[in-house]
Design a protein around this ligand. Structure first.
Ligand code: UN1
Length: 518
């Protein structure tokens, strides 16, 4: 039997596709295979993905459930050592992994390196948490009795992530979840699966045991079906989801049926307020980076500039000039932004351009970049990939679709305000509440804005995007359910408090009843 097992391991199923991993083994016989292409050059196939059905999700959840007690039994400082190994391997493979991110989703090289750095920072933070994970000692109201609190792992966690940050955002869930003693089923975005597989392999090499991190490549409906069955079978204890507000709402409804509170990180329509006293050059730089960096495809990307009416014209002319001068195109080069993530995102963005063309006066050209209408500053072959012109729409009104909805592409709306209260009301109007920013030289305005804006994240004189990896990250309203990731705050997602009361009085002491009141 030993020899058969050895031979089985030497002869993996014939498939060149990237396959799901359950309990350390690749799962053969995918329901279909699908290519993952380079959005900057759609003729370049980065890899082929073997897409699994819902039953593989359930198998992965069972494997996670089975592995959890053993993983949690490893002392937290030792789990921290595994996270330290992940960080070291990420550092050693930083350039290679970043190059893969650039090739598979078109993220400009410098930003892709930043994305891998974000994983390294996350590992740096949590490897030390392995030696903390503090609980408390609490005084009892009775003599000869001690009270304690402990953080206990939640159990088996399902992580469903988006592909705009194909490796950094998954690490925000997976690293702290593992550190806290949980096991994981990870369903990455299909269009970034080659990056996901590289990410998984680093975790496996770092010493994450079989079954502790399982990966399922599946489409949306099958993931939903697999998740529902796993929740019904009691195999999943926590869901972490990054993606659209629509899908997040469905995940929230599903989890609610099983009395679970998921960690939801959803869309944004992030406002930037530019006051009458702002440093306009700084504001232009911030608007350029957060509006058009990553082709506007961050959940923290700038949605609408809300500029004081007295500086509107000056801001618009400087911003227009900066956008026109920005380099876009080939993401392996030094560009502000590259292509859209994949065909689905390109189609979604074209739909947004449809409403915009119908209702607005657009500054600059719109639509897909082609050989016939390349723009100055384009790097590479404009017709090879999913490249779109940057769009600025001035005169957006508070009831416009563009004002109210996330667009996830290189487009920024502009509107004006008179008083700070009006600016805050405009910023809150879309009902999202992820990130926000104000450019002002008046501290009072900055604090008043922070107090009034319903956003999980506020920047003063900085961009809406680019949060640091150890501050609470998350949103309110349509941007999430109030959960926060990163830093110590995410520990409340991946642990549950247990209280322990220990009576050494030698008699039954009853709380409230035997308590002496003075
Ligand atoms: C996302 O787009 O889902 O703050 C996350 C930022 C990045 C993360 C964005 N650190 O812009």
């Amino acid at each position: 039997a030993g020899r058969t097992e050895a031979r089985d391991r030497e002869d993996p199923p014939v498939s060149s596709a990237i396959l799901s991993v359950v309990a350390g083994e690749r799962v053969p016989n995918p329901v279909r295979t699908t290519p993952s292409t380079n959005p900057a050059n759609t003729a370049d196939v980065v890899g082929t993905i073997g897409v699994a059905g819902p039953e593989v999700f359930v198998q992965a959840a069972r494997a996670a459930r089975d592995a959890q007690a053993g993983w949690a039994a490893l002392p937290a400082p030792q789990r921290g050592q595994v996270i330290a190994n992940v960080g070291r391997l990420m550092t050693a493979n930083k350039e290679r992994l970043a190059a893969l991110v650039t090739r598979e989703i078109g993220k400009p090289a410098a930003e892709a390196l930043g994305e891998v750095q974000e994983i390294i920072d996350t590992c740096d933070f949590f490897l030390g948490e392995g030696r903390r994970l503090y609980g408390q000692t609490v005084p009892s109201e009775m003599p000869d009795k001690q009270l304690f609190t402990f953080r206990r792992p939640v159990g088996a966690v399902a992580v469903i992530s988006a592909g705009n940050f194909p490796v950094a955002v998954p690490s925000w869930y997976i690293v702290p979840a593992l550190l806290c003693g949980n096991t994981v089923v990870w369903k990455p975005a299909e269009y970034s699966s080659v990056c996901s597989d590289a990410f998984y392999q680093i975790f496996a090499h770092a010493g994450v045991p079989a079954g502790v991190l399982n990966v399922v490549y599946a489409d949306g409906p099958d993931t939903f079906a697999g998740l529902e069955q796993s929740l019904a079978a009691g195999l999943i204890d926590k869901v972490g989801f990054t993606g659209s507000s629509e899908v997040g709402t469905r995940i929230g409804e599903l989890c609610g049926r099983y009395l679970q509170t998921p960690c939801l990180e959803l869309g944004g329509k992030n406002p930037m307020v530019i006051t009458e006293n702002a440093d306009l050059d700084l504001a232009v730089e911030g608007a350029l980076f957060s509006g058009f960096g990553t082709a506007g495809q961050r959940c923290t990307s700038l949605g609408t500039v809300i500029v004081h009416e007295s500086v509107h014209d000056e801001f618009v002319s400087r911003f227009g000039a900066a956008v026109a001068a920005a380099a876009m195109g080939d993401p392996t080069q030094d560009v502000l932004f590259g292509p859209l993530l994949d065909e689905k995102f390109a189609a979604g963005f074209e739909k947004s351009l449809g409403w915009i063309a119908a209702h607005h006066q657009v500054i600059g050209t719109t639509g897909r970049v082609t050989e016939e209408n390349p723009r100055a500053g384009f790097v590479g072959d404009p017709a090879a990939g999913l490249f779109y012109h940057p769009v600025i729409v001035d005169g957006v009104r508070a009831d416009d679709e563009l004002f109210l909805n996330e667009t996830f592409g290189p487009i920024v709306g502009i509107t004006t305000y008179g008083t700070l209260d009006e600016a805050i009301a405009l910023g809150n109007r879309p009902g999202y509440g992820l990130s926000s920013s104000i450019y002002t030289t008046d501290p009072q305005q900055a604090f008043k804005f922070a107090e009034g804006i319903s956003a999980g994240m506020v920047s003063v004189n900085n961009s809406t995007s680019g949060a640091e990896a150890h501050l609470p990250f998350g949103g309110n309203g349509k941007s999430g359910n109030g959960s926060r990731q990163s830093g110590i705050w995410v520990l409340d997602q991946f642990t549950r408090w247990q209280s322990l009361n220990w009576d050494y009085s030698g008699k039954l002491q009853k709380a409230q009843l035997d308590t002496v009141t003075v």
